[in-house]
Design a binder for this molecule. Sequence first.
Ligand code: PLP
Length: 417
Amino acid sequence: MSIKFSKLGDRFTEDSGISSLMRDLGAALQSNSSMIFMGGGNPAQFESVNAIFAREIANVTSNKELFNKYFGTYQSPEGHIEFRKAVSLMLSKELNAEISIDNIAISNGSQSAFFIIFNLLAGKTSEGKRRSILLPMLPEYIGYTDIGLEDNFFVSQRPKIKLLENRFFKYEVDFDNLVIGENIAALCVSRPTNPTGNMLTIKELQKLDVLAKASNIPLIIDCAYGLPFPGVVYGKFKQYFSENTILVYSLAKLGLPGCRTGIIVGNPKIIDAFNNANVAMNLATSSAGPAVMTEMMKDNKLLPLCKDKIMPKYKVKLDMTLKLINEIFTDLNYRIHVPEGAFFIWFWFKDLPISSTALYEKLKKEGVLVIPGDHFFPGVKEDWSHSKQCIRVSYTQDAESISKGLRIIYNQIKKLY
Ligand code: PLP
C-alpha cells in the first residue's frame, strides 16, 4: 500500500542523518555482541546507586495507597503535585530563588520537553514570519537536530577555540560575531555541553541572558547532566538562573533513562503553554520518575547522592580515561576538550586525513562504536573542516572496555598516517 503522508509525515519518512546513524549503531550492536559501545548517551550503571532507586520503587509498589497514587491514576496535566512541590522546594534552596510549583512542568523525558518548547517558540508566527532557535555555541546536542517541525529551524554560531596546556582546548562563545536578529525565538545551550563536556562560564551565560532579554526572548539551558542534579560536573561550578531562563532537567543521567521524566522550570506563561501542548500529545505524564524521586527529594537524599556518589564515580572513570589517553595517544596530533562535565571525551584530530564519519566506519569494523563529530553541528551554514575532525567517545563502560576501545581508536588513526 502506498501511503500519502502530510508534509510533516514526509519529514519523518525522509532518512535524516541522525536516524540513519542511530539505526546503524543499533544494527552494529546487534550484529556483533562483543562490540565496544562508546557511542551512546546511556548513563553508567552503578550498582550501589541502582540499589537506592530500587528501594524507593519497592516502597511504592509494596504500598497499596502509593501504588494507586503513582500507577493507578492519571496525573493532572501539570504533573504530580507532590513531586512538583518537592522539586520547587529543592530548587528554590539550591538556586537561591523563589521557584513555585507554577514554575514547574513535568514531561515524558526531557527530549519531549525540547520538542514541545522549541516548537512552541520557533516556526511560523501568526503574522506569517519565521523564527528559529539560535544555538549560540557549536558543537551542540545531536538530539536537537530533528526536533523542528519546519525547515531552517536552527541557526547556530561557531565558537572561538582556546588552546590550553597539556593538549586540552576549550570552546568559547564568539560574542563578536553573535547576531540575534528579529527571526530568533530563543537561545539554547546545553550545560555541561553534550558532546564536549564544556561548562559555559557564568559570565558567558550572563552575557547571553542580557542579549536574550534585550530581544525579549528566553535563554533555554539544557541541564541533562547539570547542576544540581544529576550534577555530573567536575569542579566548582554554579548553576545559572534568572527570570528569563527556562531550565530543562532530566532524571535520565542519574541512571534512570527508562523513567522518561523531564522537568521544566520557567515562567508560568511558558509552563501553561507547555502543559496544554503536553496534554494534547500525552494526556498525562508518566509517574515512574515521581514515584522514585518524590520521597528522595523531600528527605533531601537526592543531592547528597549526586555529590557524594554519582559524580565521584564518573570522576574516577574520567581520570582513568584521561590517564589512558595520555599513555596511549602520545605520538598522535590530538587535543581533547577540557572535560568539565557529562561523560564524553571530545577528541579533535586536527590533521585527520579522512572525515570523522569515515573514521567511524573504520572503527565500527574494528569493533568499537563512537559518534562522528559532524552530527553535532546543527544549523551550520557553511562547511567547517573542524566539524569533520572530531569524535565523541563515551567513558561509561567498564575499565577494560574503555582501555580496549581507546587502543583500537589509536591503532586505526595511527594507520592513516
Ligand atoms: N539533552 C541532552 C544534552 C542529552 O544528552 C539528552 C540525552 O542524551 C537529552 C537532553 C534527552 O534526555 P531524556 O529525554 O532522556 O531526558
